[in-house]
Design a protein. Sequence first.
Length: 94
Amino acid sequence: MIKSGKTLLVFGSRTCLPCLDLSEKILRLGADQNAIVNLDVDLDADLFREYGVFTLPVLVLLGKTGKEEKRSVGDITVTDTLPSGLKLKGVSGA
C-alpha cells in the first residue's frame, strides 16, 4: 500500500498497451489518497534517463524525502485486494 506523503512515478508510453492498462488501474485504485505521476517516454525523456528507465512499464516509489524506496519493472500486477490503496508486485509492503 502506498502511504501518505509518498509519490508513485509511473513510467510508460501512450503507445504501450500494458502501460496504459496499468496506469488506468493504478489511478482507479489510488488517485484519491496518493500522489501518482504518469510519465510518458515521448514527453518526459529526460526523466526516463535520470531514473535509468530503459524498459516499460516501470513503477518507482519515492519516499517523503524524494528518495527512491522501491522499483518494479516489466511484469507488474495490480490487484483490487486493497480498496483504499494499491498492492503492487515488487512494491507491496511499501
